[in-house]
Design a protein around this ligand. Structure first.
Ligand code: OXD
Ligand code: MN
Length: 583
């Protein structure tokens, strides 16, 4: 297979000349091709087959121990003007960026096969979808891309028809962290990533294309590329509302997207559209609609069990690739909080010894096709996407942020999103548990200056009078002994129900300076083991703490300087004034 698109053929030839592979293989995306790649990876030790009786078609990949997460400090956005990348990104001038990374790509694929992967982010026939081509020397990447994207011949046909595509060049290089770089050239719609095989750095359709490059593209084209799950909530009466929710990495997006209603909520159903990324467009009537550009899940494994996420627990018992989990004597995958089995071999392939750390890496992952999920919604293939009733932002905050609150209007909602802060997690290399600002959960993923991004968000209010309401949630509040105040997981449906009731004007709320909070009895706590004190803490605000928080949000947004939209500054000042009025 080759291509009739000259620009694509020329680029593939140039890359081959630079990287010197032993062979070039165009990927068709067929099942036979996947099976062949798996056979090859089993033979060369890249994959190990897991217990075929209990985990049919499941494989384990153990990465280099230094290559287990995204590397924000090595991730760059290369725009001609540094201001366009903004203080939220590491920046390099495009020429310098190309020179640096091309020097690493020189001869990098010697002795290896170079795979050419045409892919489509989003339903193959959707006008909202965008295509790309990833070139990689990793068969593991090809196998993952098969699940995560619509990859192969159909995508190539679309690319040839449209004549445009995002160029993504990837090589695992020598996996030396000193020679690892994840570079984005948004003005050229291109990506160059070398030195890592980890999903977030290597499956270029995901964070690199569908968030960093797409967010840049979305700004010029008038849409939004967001770090959001998309979930459908169906009431016992059959009414379905779709919610898009942005939470930082490893904060439970996958769990929320495939939530199982608890027994106290009979008749409710959850439909999963996506667990990580949403592309949002206004339709002709002004309704915001979402597609999930991905077709699979690359989820965090530890903590997944029959109680926390039964759907995920089941869907990864077949046709899944595990990365960096442990194994039992019976060759079943094992991870912390799995609740069944005992680890025998840890994620580094060593005999498990609790003294050397967790058995599975805290950022160990599963890759699986979305269709494996029992709550998969067929509307994930709908070309027009689904109508969004509510946008929800959230973070992992031990204190301060209530369980849920609603912004007054779109402008206030943009401020709520811009002020999101969360404790860092193992999804990125670096310290875990430190609170940092993570606006719209996009800190690692926005491909341009946050100030311009907020202006873009604000501009939607001029384009539609039917925009969804914007909320903020926090499942992670703790008491003074470090105990979670809210049970989370399936019980979060109660919060989603409140959100939907607010959208439908069916429930009253209490107005506070930071927005509307649930009134007493507003959240259904029937059958829930929660004290009045905990509920009060979850549904009220501490004014003194919030004054400090609003001042800190003010300082944070001001750090974006002249490009900060006045409307956002004014909104922050308005909320700060409201807080001042109360004692
Ligand atoms: C992810 C992440 O893998 O956000 O989705 O890091
Ligand atoms: Mn993510």
């Amino acid at each position: 297979m080759t291509t009739k698109l000259d620009a694509l053929q020329q680029w593939v030839d140039e890359v081959a000349a630079l990287t010197q592979p032993k062979a070039v293989q165009w990927c068709s995306g067929s099942d036979a091709e996947y099976d062949q790649l798996v056979e090859m990876m089993l033979a060369d030790g890249t994959l190990t087959k897991l217990n075929d009786d209990s985990y049919p078609n499941c494989y384990l990949h153990l990465s280099d121990p230094s290559d287990v997460a995204r590397v924000e400090h090595l991730t760059y956005v290369c725009t001609s003007d540094q201001e366009d990348a903004g203080p939220n990104n590491n920046w390099m001038a495009p020429d310098e960026g190309h020179n640096k990374v091309d020097a690493l790509f020189k001869g990098a694929m010697r002795g290896r096969t170079m795979y050419v992967i045409p892919y489509c982010m989003g339903p193959i026939d959707s006008p909202f979808s965008r295509c790309g081509v990833e070139i990689t020397d990793s068969a593991y990447v090809v196998a993952n891309m098969k699940m995560m994207t619509r990859m192969g011949s159909a995508a190539l046909e679309r690319i040839e028809r449209e004549g445009s595509f995002v160029k993504g060049l990837h090589s695992v290089g020598d996996l030396d962290p000193e020679r690892r770089l994840i570079m984005h050239f948004p003005e050229e719609l291109s990506i160059k990533s070398i030195g890592s095989g980890y999903g977030g750095n290597a499956l270029l359709g995901k964070k690199c294309h569908a968030l960093r490059i797409a967010s840049y593209q979305a700004r010029t084209e008038g849409w939004l590329a967001e770090h959001m799950l998309i979930v459908g909530v169906e009431s016992p009466a059959g009414e379905v509302h779709y919610i898009a929710c942005a939470l930082p990495s490893a904060c439970g997006k996958t769990n929320l997207a495939m939530l199982i209603p608890p027994p106290s909520q009979p008749g409710w159903k959850i439909w999963t559209l996506g667990d990580d990324i949403a592309w949002l467009h206004l339709d002709a009537s002004g309704q915001l609609r979402a597609i999930n550009p991905e077709s699979g899940y690359f989820g965090v494994v530890p903590g997944t069990n029959a109680k926390t996420n039964k759907n995920a627990f089941e869907m990864i018992t077949r046709d899944a690739i595990y990365t960096n989990v442990a194994r039992t004597e019976d060759n079943e995958p094992w991870w912390e909080d799995k609740k069944v089995g005992t680890p025998a071999i840890d994620w580094q392939g060593r005999k498990y010894d609790p003294a050397t750390g967790p058995a599975a890496h805290p950022n160990s992952r599963f890759t699986v096709a979305a269709t494996n999920n029992p709550s998969y919604s067929e509307l994930a293939e709908a070309a027009e996407g689904v109508p969004i009733s509510a946008i929800v932002f959230g973070g992992r905050r031990k204190e301060l942020a209530p369980l849920v609150y609603e912004s007054r209007d779109w402008k206030h909602g943009v401020l709520v999103g811009a002020g999101v802060a969360s404790e860092t997690t193992a999804a990125n290399v670096g310290e875990v548990g430190v609170v940092r600002r993570d606006p719209m959960a996009m800190k690692p993923f926005c491909g341009y200056n946050f100030a311009d991004y907020w202006a873009h968000w604000l501009s939607f209010a001029d384009r539609s009078d039917k925009l969804p309401k914007i909320f903020h949630v926090n499942w992670f509040r703790q008491d003074e002994n470090g105990k979670f105040l809210w049970p989370g997981f399936g019980e979060n449906l109660r919060v989603l129900r409140w959100i939907i009731d607010r959208c439908e004007g069916r429930v009253d709320a209490v107005e506070t300076p930071i927005g509307y909070l649930p009134a007493a009895g507003g959240i259904d706590t029937n059958d829930l083991d929660i004290s009045d004190a905990a509920l009060k803490a979850l549904t009220s605000i501490d004014n003194t703490q919030w004054k400090a928080e609003m001042a800190s949000i003010g300082e944070y947004i001001e750090s974006y300087g002249e490009r900060l939209p006045d409307a956002l500054r004014e909104e922050q000042q308005r909320v700060a004034r409201e807080l001042d009025k109360v004692s």
